[in-house]
Unconditional design. Structure first.
Lengths: 164, 805
């Protein structure tokens, strides 16, 4: 065991400080030190994307980053994008279009989709499929996930137009 | 308040009962990251367990030295077989009547086998300690081929040495497990000997793995003060786990509470009982603290619950004009180091004897030989009823091979051999009584929708263009027609470890007219909380939104055999309807009393009982519920509750017609799915949105299995596909959009006519994708090539046909 490091993170808008071994993976720090259990561990090899979070504005697989590397970062997880009575449009659309079944991939899927739609607010179906290819779902066959994301893009854009 | 508004249509819509695409109630927590999976459970003082696993596929364990591991700060215990032996827990019974080592007892039989269990303060310390446990092995010869295993002098299961009788009859060799025979061997051979045409083929249905996104795990907490053990885990059958845990540990069943929390997909992986569960229990008993064990992905793929691994040889007899006259099937089944198949006791090869498929075949014979090898145990039904994917793949390939032999169109060959609508209920040559079906209607609808004749014309033109050198892409038209057999029991026929395969539902109506219902099943993503409430809403006239569905806690839910083999809707769904009808019967008496008429003078109408012929006189279910608790009614005890334990009279037989259109690049071996049409008949449809979602998911798992997913071993028994780098799980990029369709042929014996659908698309999808690949090369002489059809194998098939010359 190596000496623990003093880690500071801003997670979902809240400042967090704790001690952790530098080798500790970010996903375990989030899940076990901060009790943020939305992001999941599905594969340990950064293939499945269940652990996806947004870190300093980028989609990151938190099972493949040491907490030491994340020190000082600003992180958003599924818990940070909506409130029970004011869900994020993606959360609404996944429910509306049956974009989830067992729910295990969903937090990573939705948090990745939030970035995808920031990077590309008007994606084609093909662009959604390519942009989501880092996140595996075993239940849905993706058809309704793609539908959910395209519907969310359309809703966000309609709302933007209405605001202008 | 007794006015007639809202009208019947509106009242019916308000129920959100059967047939509507009700949005899922589960989604609120899942979309907000508030699911509660086993790895989310955190208890005060909880310890973490991790396994030392064998790097060898076959070796003697000479010694285990725990000293260095125990010296590591934070390590609490290192358990080995020696520690478990005094408790008689070093071996455990499997669901198949065999026994399996919990921790290596003298030797290991597959790579990744559990050798020692380290318990430590956190997962990092446990992982460090795993590296410090020194195990000395002596390598033994490795057998990964079942045919070699049946000839080899090497004895894999020394514990069974000299035993000529196994759980399923005589053993022919020390590495042989059982022979299971069904049907008429003599009659079938006579037909084959005298047939006008016989087509023969051997196919290997490769080993794969259900690989749910959440791996298996458990948290055991032994409360020594009260003598109570609580076990949370990834259990598709929590009640069975409780009974097994009680039998194994000696703790009385009432002192064990098993909870399946949210489960991140199962697909058969979470039916079995694994050493990790047992070790977490023992560790909690030993340490007095809660102990969590969650496997990682590599452990999941290497050690828990493989699927398939069937070598199938078929002979199919027919007349010259294509009428099938007989079917012969022999299977060599590779079960790995222990026979841990999850099948009903009387069916050591599951329902492989549904291998006559959807066809009227007068005589058939099936023999399955189970064999031990140095591979992981399992043999679960990966998104199918017991071994039905294997059976359907077998017959749907044999049909294609026969079509080639007869130089006949494969769609037409199917059509002339289908069991006819008027033949149902139909008793197949291998014994099953198919409850209902209308195959011709489904087939005709499918072929018409995809313009089958047009596709064949286009394909023929493509072949000509290819021959002229104008294209390097061939076109395949994959067909499959499947009949599933789901919903085990009946109890007289189906049990697991002696426990009859009924299921259950218990309903409690609250005084204000809302309700809770608890079932013996457990959802792993199927949306039970949504759909079972819909069944009840239609049965008892209370809105689905006012009904809570609970499953998975053995302290509160009624006993049931769990969720696998598409049995939830056929069995627990039936129990739900039957319990609902008991509620309704009592409600009728209460309504009659309140309306001051005879019981027979009121009738149920959507959400109320009305006086016959006087619909303005009624009592709503809400009013009835309130009266049930708050009004003294002569001759009727207070309350409104019911329970039903449902033993199904027969299985249900969902069916479907699938067509896949594929372009294959001959030079790269890359298949491109142009179109996939799936028509499913699952009887009465409870929630079309959820059915469609199940079909999409099942087809995608079928695509994976057919086009690349496998658990492969090298000659030394090393697992070559132990991470998601090598084990193919398709992403959104590789998956097409599917067209779904349906016909409705209700099950005649199920209370609501439903048949189950979750596994149909996998069962029908695998042969459809595979047939599409193989059909692309039919014009060039391909008869059969084994799955998985990954790019490399497709390229090789093309190469062997001389298409690169």
């Amino acid at each position: 065991m190596t000496d623990k490091m003093h880690i500071k993170l801003k997670v979902n808008g809240e400042d967090k400080e704790f001690l952790a071994e530098p080798r500790e993976l970010l996903i375990y720090a989030l899940r076990e030190k901060l009790d943020i259990t939305g992001p999941h561990v599905g594969c340990d090899t950064s293939h499945c994307g269940a652990c996806t979070v947004t870190l300093n504005g980028k989609s990151v697989k938190s099972c493949t980053m040491f907490v030491a590397q994340a020190n000082g970062a600003e992180i958003t997880t599924i818990e940070g994008i909506g409130e029970p009575d004011a869900l994020h449009v993606l959360q609404e659309c996944f429910r509306e279009h049956h974009g989830l079944q067992c729910g295990f991939c969903t937090p990573g899927m939705i948090i990745r989709a939030t970035k995808l739609l920031e990077e590309n607010p008007n994606p084609t179906e093909e662009e959604v499929r390519f942009g989501m290819a880092g996140n595996i779902c075993r239940c849905t066959g993706y058809q309704n996930i793609v539908k959910s994301i395209l519907a969310a893009a359309s809703e966000i854009n309609t709302a933007k137009e209405a605001a202008q | 308040m007794n006015d007639l508004t809202p009208d019947r249509e509106e009242r019916s819509a308000n129920l959100k009962g059967m047939g509507c695409s009700r949005k899922r109630v589960e989604d609120a927590r899942f979309t907000q990251g508030k699911g509660n999976y086993v790895d989310d459970i955190k208890l005060p003082g909880m310890l973490h367990g991790d396994f030392v696993r064998s790097p060898y596929a076959h070796a003697r364990v000479v010694s285990i030295n725990k000293d260095a591991a125990m010296a590591l700060p934070g390590v609490v215990a290192v358990l080995t077989a020696e520690d478990l032996a005094p408790l008689n827990l070093h071996w455990m019974p499997t669901l198949a009547g065999d026994k399996q080592m919990v921790l290596a007892d003298g030797k290991v039989l597959f790579q990744g086998q559990e050798v020692a269990f380290v318990v430590a303060s956190d997962r990092y310390v446990a992982a460090d300690a795993v590296e410090l446990v020194e195990v000395e092995y002596e390598e033994l010869p490795v057998l990964t081929d079942p045919f070699e295993a049946l000839k080899s002098d090497v004895v894999l299961r020394e514990d069974l040495a000299g035993q000529t009788e196994g759980a399923h009859g005589p053993r022919k060799h020390h590495n042989h497990i059982f022979t299971w025979e069904q049907g008429d061997e003599t009659g079938t051979n006579q037909v084959l000997d005298n047939a006008e045409v016989v087509a023969e083929e051997t196919m290997y249905y490769h080993r794969t793995h259900p690989c749910p996104l959440e791996t298996c795990g458990s948290v055991a907490s032994m409360d020594k003060v009260n003598g109570k053990l609580t076990l949370w885990g990834t259990f598709q059958a929590p009640h069975v786990v409780r009974t097994v845990a009680s039998l194994l540990s000696g703790i009385e069943e009432h002192n064990i509470r098993v909870v399946s929390p949210d489960i991140g997909g199962g697909f058969g992986n979470k039916v079995g009982v694994y050493p990790g569960y047992v070790c977490s229990i023992v560790a909690s008993i030993v340490t007095g603290k809660p102990v969590k064990w969650v496997e990682d992905r590599m452990e999941n793929l290497m050690s828990t619950a493989f699927a398939r691994d069937y070598w199938m040889t078929g002979k199919i007899a027919a007349t010259k004009d294509g009428k099938i006259t007989g079917l012969h099937c022999h299977v060599t089944a590779d079960h790995g180091g222990f026979d841990a198949c999850a099948d009903p006791t009387k069916f050591p090869a599951g329902f492989m004897n549904i291998c006559t498929g959807s066809y009227d075949i007068p005589v058939a014979y099936l023999a399955v030989d189970g064999v031990y090898t140095n591979k992981a145990p399992g043999g679960v039904s990966y998104r199918c009823s017991f071994r039905v994917t294997e059976a359907v793949y077998f017959i749907e390939r044999m049909i294609e091979v026969l079509a080639i032999e007869l130089d006949m169109d494969a769609a037409e060959l199917r059509r002339i051999n289908f069991i006819k609508k008027e033949q149902f209920p139909y008793t197949a040559a291998l014994g099953w009584e198919y409850d209902s079906g209308d195959y011709h209607t489904a087939w005709d609808k499918a072929l018409k929708t995809v313009d089958y004749d047009g596709l064949r014309k286009e394909q023929a033109e493509r072949v000509e263009a290819f021959k002229r050198g104008e294209t390097r892409k061939l076109m395949g038209v994959g067909l499959s027609f499947f009949t599933e057999i789901v919903g085990a029991g009946p109890v007289k026929n189906c049990d697991i470890l002696g426990m009859g395969m009924f299921d259950s539902c218990e309903i409690r109506i609250h005084p204000t007219g809302s309700a809770i219902a608890r079932l013996g099943t457990i959802s792993q993503g199927q949306g039970h909380a949504t759909t079972f409430a819909q069944i009840l809403a239609s049965e008892i006239g209370i809105s689905a939104d006012s009904i809570t569905i609970e499953e998975g806690d053995t302290d509160t839910a009624p006993y049931g055999l769990g969720t696998y083999g598409s049995r939830s809707t056929p069995v627990a769904g039936a129990a739900t309807a039957m319990a609902g009808r008991k509620i309704r019967a009592k409600a009728q008496m209460i309504a009659a009393y309140l309306l001051e008429v005879h019981d027979d003078d009121v009738e149920f109408d959507i959400d109320r009982f009305v006086v016959k012929g006087a619909p303005e006189k009624f009592k709503t279910m809400k009013e009835i519920a309130y009266a049930a608790y708050n009004q003294a009614i002569p001759g009727i005890e207070p309350g409104l509750e019911a329970v039903s334990y449902y033993d199904p009279p027969n299985m249900t037989y969902p069916f479907g017609a699938y067509v896949c259109v594929m372009d294959i690049d001959v030079d790269t071996g890359v298949p491109e799915i142009r179109r996939f049409y799936a028509l499913d008949d699952c009887g009465t449809r409870i929630n079309p949105m959820i059915i469609e979602g199940q079909v999409h998911g099942g087809l995608t798992e079928a695509l994976a299995v057919a086009l690349g997913q496998e658990i492969a071993y090298d000659k030394l028994g090393n697992v070559k596909t132990g991470t998601l780098m090598d084990f193919f799980l398709p992403t959104a990029w590789e998956v097409p959009n599917y067209e779904t369709d349906y016909t409705v042929t209700p099950s005649p014996h199920h209370p609501i006519g439903a048949k189950g659908v979750g596994e149909s698309p996998h069962v029908g999808g695998v042969p459809c994708f595979s047939n599409a690949v193989q059909d692309a090369f039919r014009a060039f002489g391909l008869r059969h090539t084994n799955m998985p059809h990954d790019h490399w194998r497709i390229w090789q098939a093309a190469n062997q046909l001389g298409l690169h010359d």
